[in-house]
Write a protein that binds this ligand. Structure first.
Ligand SMILES: Nc1nc2c(ncn2[C@@H]2O[C@H](COP(=O)(O)OP(=O)(O)OP(=O)(O)O)[C@@H](O)[C@H]2O)c(=O)[nH]1
Ligand SMILES: [Zn+2]
Length: 227
């Protein structure tokens, strides 16, 4: 007897058109520093004490010589790794130049290495971000797009959210004809714990404007990134 394959619950038959568009992000999500103004911030001493608690939890002697300064070091590392909460993406992009000298194609910056941390396990995920945008009159300094990646990467993230935030910020501040973002990353929460699939890579994309509406433009971006 032939097996009857039923669509997954909530799924659609494949011949139905799918026109799903993700809800727009709230601008405060991608334009501002991320620190919540009305959320009291623990002191550095309280943060270090929390690290000491975790060390005791795993079974360590927190008074032994090698660990005495560890809470301080961990909090200093956190200050560095999560500095993106205090940085403003809109400010990073606000210095632009009008001299495009007749240039009318997209600008692609490929292979920007980043390290971020997943919001589920607070473990690193790292890889490369590739961004293209098609300017209208004004261009932004190339380094600013790399800085933008780091502002968002230095917060707790999912890779999808990181990708969407980068695209939304470029779109909103530069108002280009379109933005394309591809992020590829390895998640240590998947490679060194849990399912332990070392080398597995996750790819996420976000296209707006001409990259969303014109498949040839999207294909050109992807082939330049993958070449
Ligand atoms: N979609 C998405 N998932 C992520 C990202 N980073 C980590 N995850 C996943 O988040 C999920 C959390 O799943 P849970 O079942 O709540 O947590 P868990 O028991 O630790 O999951 P396992 O990793 O499967 O052991 C895992 O499947 C992770 O692989 C990300 O950037 N995007
Ligand atoms: Zn994780």
């Amino acid at each position: 007897m032939d097996a009857v394959i039923k669509p997954l619950r909530g799924g659609k038959p494949s011949d139905e058109p799918t026109d799903f568009r993700a809800p727009e992000l709230d601008p405060s999500d991608f334009l501002d520093a991320a620190v919540l103004p009305d959320q009291p911030r623990p002191t550095r001493e309280e943060a270090e004490a929390a690290v000491k608690t975790l060390l005791a939890y795993i079974g360590e002697n927190t008074e032994r010589e090698g660990l005495v300064d560890t809470p301080r070091r961990v909090i200093e590392a956190y200050d560095e790794l999560f500095q993106g909460y205090h940085q403003c993406p809109a400010e990073v992009l606000n210095r632009t130049f009008g001299e495009t000298a007749g240039y009318d194609d997209f600008v692609l910056i490929r292979d920007m290495y980043f390290t971020s941390h997943c919001e589920h396990h607070v473990m690193p995920f790292y890889g490369q971000a590739h961004i293209a945008y098609t300017p209208v009159e004004r261009v932004v300094g190339l380094s600013k797009l790399a800085r933008l990646v780091d502002v968002f990467a230095r917060r707790l993230q999912t890779q999808e959210h990181l990708t969407a935030q980068i695209a939304a910020a470029v779109d909103e501040v530069l108002k280009p004809r379109g933005v394309a973002v591809l992020v590829e990353a390895e998640h240590t929460c998947m490679s060194v714990r849990g399912i332990a699939k070392r080398g597995a890579k996750t790819f996420t994309t976000r296209f707006t404007g001409v990259f969303r509406d014109n498949p040839a433009e999207q294909a050109r971006f992807l082939s330049m990134v993958r070449s």
